[in-house]
Unconditional design. Structure first.
Length: 239
């Protein structure tokens, strides 16, 4: 009979059966359970990121709505009216609501100058800025009290052009007039461009109800990203 090697039958001192050593992989011992922990940690990391992103978006949406309900009217160098659609020189109801509010502010003496913004779409005869200026002049605002930014096709481009015009005249503080949902983003962009900015949203905008809620959700998403990467870079990505 063959003799049995006593090393193979010897009972460990603690009385427990011997446990085979893990098989090395690539020369590195495999520790039981290590492979199973990585997917769990990755899952926790993803859930934490989603929770933080949701909270960040929620706070931003709250700020959009809070700013929409505020009015920061005070003496400034100029009132800036954000552009909106015009129809052959006639402001759309949305743009007219902004202009009417800006006219009230100007009449109250909060600023000596007004800036109207916005370019034109292909085929248009008038820019948004030209339609806005004509509307204000017809209601008593002197033409020499109005600066026109006529190239912008986005909020950032319009405010960038307006900021350049204002700096040429030594003006830096502005009161932005736009729809409530658009107020926070307009102010943040203006501040990124070096202006001292406040907002006074119109209260007669035709954008209400579900349309307003949709706009608020979109604004919150854009602001959440713009705060991280900058609004100029966001424009270059989204066009």
């Amino acid at each position: 009979m063959n003799e049995v090697d006593p090393l193979l039958t010897e009972t460990p001192p603690n009385g427990m059966a011997a446990v085979a050593e893990p098989t090395p992989v690539g020369g590195v011992p495999v520790i039981p359970g290590r492979r199973r922990r990585w997917p769990r940690r990755f899952g926790f990391a993803v859930l934490a990121l989603l929770a933080l992103s949701t909270a960040y978006y929620g706070v931003t949406l709250y700020q959009v709505r809070s700013t929409a309900g505020s009015d920061q009217t005070r003496p400034v160098d100029a009132i800036v009216v954000m552009g909106a659609a015009q129809y052959d020189g006639r402001p759309s109801p949305q743009l007219a609501a902004r202009l009417d509010h800006a006219l009230e502010l100007w009449s109250s003496g909060v600023a000596p100058m007004m800036v109207v913004t916005g370019g034109k779409q292909p085929g248009d005869r008038f820019t948004e800025a030209e339609a806005s200026a004509n509307y204000l002049i017809a209601r008593g605002v002197p033409a020499d009290a109005i600066l026109k930014e006529t190239e912008g096709h986005s909020s950032y481009a319009s405010l960038d052009g307006a900021a350049s015009l204002l700096r040429q005249h030594g003006l830096f503080s502005v009161l932005l007039v736009t729809d409530p949902f658009h107020s926070l983003r307009s102010r943040l962009i203006a501040e990124e461009l070096g202006l001292v900015a406040y907002v006074s949203p119109t209260r007669t905008s035709p954008v209400r109800g579900g349309a307003q809620t949709k706009k608020e959700l979109e604004e919150a998403a854009g602001i959440a990203v713009g705060r991280v990467i900058g609004f100029k870079r966001l424009l270059s990505i989204t066009g």
